[in-house]
Design a protein around this ligand. Structure first.
Ligand SMILES: CC(C)(COP(=O)(O)OP(=O)(O)OC[C@H]1O[C@@H](n2cnc3c(N)ncnc32)[C@H](O)[C@@H]1OP(=O)(O)O)[C@@H](O)C(=O)NCCC(=O)NCCS
Length: 349
């Protein structure tokens, strides 16, 4: 028994923010952003009418419809995000409520840019074991709420965008379809290189950097989040971009090759590689390293920026909708991000 993607959907907010719009908020240029990342524009969610969970719901509605089922048929939810509606509970239960589903299990995955592939892998195991038959897997982000839109945060804020993608995973016994294998990895050595430290319970246990500084004489009740943290802009993500870049260009090809070798395929067999949309330069590097043609790799970071857990399902859905993949085609999904964590999935569409 394997699992197959029975339905897929995506949702991106209407609000388009071009590089020129960002230039009005911070010291940056369209040229810098395009040259270093490939991004031309991104979408930001409506401030009050859209959340990470509601965007996930919109993507899920399409995926569920395309799977030929109703929300009532879903028997498990896996929701990947780094920008949840609440610190707790997770977004999965909000989807369960919003879509009036049965009292099914709802699991949130906290694996940032690798979140969707991790979530897919979790769902795949439940299908293979025979435990569930219709699993809703969502990747969604509302980054626009958590970025520093001043010049201080420009190396991070220009990269990220909002959106959501979803799939319904179902069992199949067709030998020419479905998820062949998934491969998950982590190396916590560089956990702080791409991280949002606050709010959190770390109290500088792991590192004592300017961005994470915890006041040792803080009062009970002010440990988790204090006025001082906000005044010092310690509530925004931190990224050492060049360090992330260096590791990503090694781990992406490695985990793709791992998936191919496990299933006795080579890069030339790939009909479509969908890399997590971290940076166009990273994707181009990976393409070159694996000797892939342009038509074997899909990129849409130009339009949406890096939508973290949502980037792969959005891209996969666009590929599907544009007819770029047909039944039986070999599709590889690969991701790398904060943690570091990285992952791949090889599937026959
Ligand atoms: C973030 C990234 C685009 C930066 O590009 P880079 O070529 O490495 O640039 P650097 O960080 O070395 O910065 C170069 C200069 O540009 C400046 N800069 C940073 N952001 C800028 C922006 N938005 N606009 C203009 N200048 C900017 C820096 O301040 C620095 O200036 P300096 O040389 O005067 O100090 C790149 O490192 C990257 O994409 N890394 C991977 C990040 C990623 O994929 N993250 C997602 C996780 S999956």
């Amino acid at each position: 028994m394997r699992s197959k993607i029975g339905g897929i959907g995506y949702y991106v907010p209407k609000n388009v923010y071009t590089n020129f719009d960002l230039m009005k908020m911070m010291d940056t240029t369209d040229e810098w952003i395009q040259e270093r990342t490939g991004i031309i524009e991104r979408r930001y969610a409506h401030t009050t009418e859209e959340t990470t969970a509601t965007m996930g719901v919109e993507a899920a509605k399409i995926a569920i419809k395309r799977a030929g089922i109703t929300p009532h048929d879903i028997d498990f939810i896996v929701f990947a995000t780094l920008s949840p509606d609440y610190y707790f509970p997770g977004c999965g239960v909000l989807v369960q409520r919003a879509m009036k589903m049965k009292e099914v299990g709802a699991l949130d995955v906290r694996n940032q840019c690798s979140g969707f592939v991790y979530a897919l892998s979790v769902a795949d195991q439940f299908i293979r074991s025979g435990m569930y038959k219709n699993i809703l897997v969502i990747g969604a982000e509302k980054h626009s709420f958590g970025l520093d839109f001043t010049t201080r945060g420009r190396n991070v804020s220009v990269i990220f965008g909002d959106g959501a993608g979803a799939v319904v995973l179902q069992p199949t016994d067709d030998p020419d379809r479905g998820i062949l294998s998934t491969h998950l990895h982590s190396d916590g050595e560089s956990a702080e290189i791409l991280a949002m430290y606050n709010p959190g319970t770390h109290a500088n246990y792991w590192v004592d950097t300017e961005l994470a500084t915890f006041k040792k004489d803080a009062k009970m009740g002010e440990y988790f989040m204090s006025h001082e943290m906000i005044d010092n802009c310690q509530n925004f993500p931190f990224m050492d971009g060049p360090a992330v870049f260096k590791k990503a260009v090694v781990k992406f090809p490695e985990v793709i090759m791992e998936a191919l070798k496990t299933n006795n395929y080579s890069p030339s067999d790939i009909a479509m590689l969908i890399p997590h949309q971290a940076n166009l330069r990273i994707s181009q590097f990976v393409q070159q390293k694996l000797g892939l043609r342009d038509d074997q790799v899909y990129n849409n970071i130009q339009k949406y920026g890096n939508t973290t857990a949502a980037s792969i399902p959005i891209a996969l859905c666009e590929v599907y909708e544009s007819g770029k993949i047909k039944e039986g085609d070999l599709v590889c999904l690969a991701a790398f991000g904060s943690g570091f964590t990285w992952a791949s999935a090889l599937l026959k569409w």
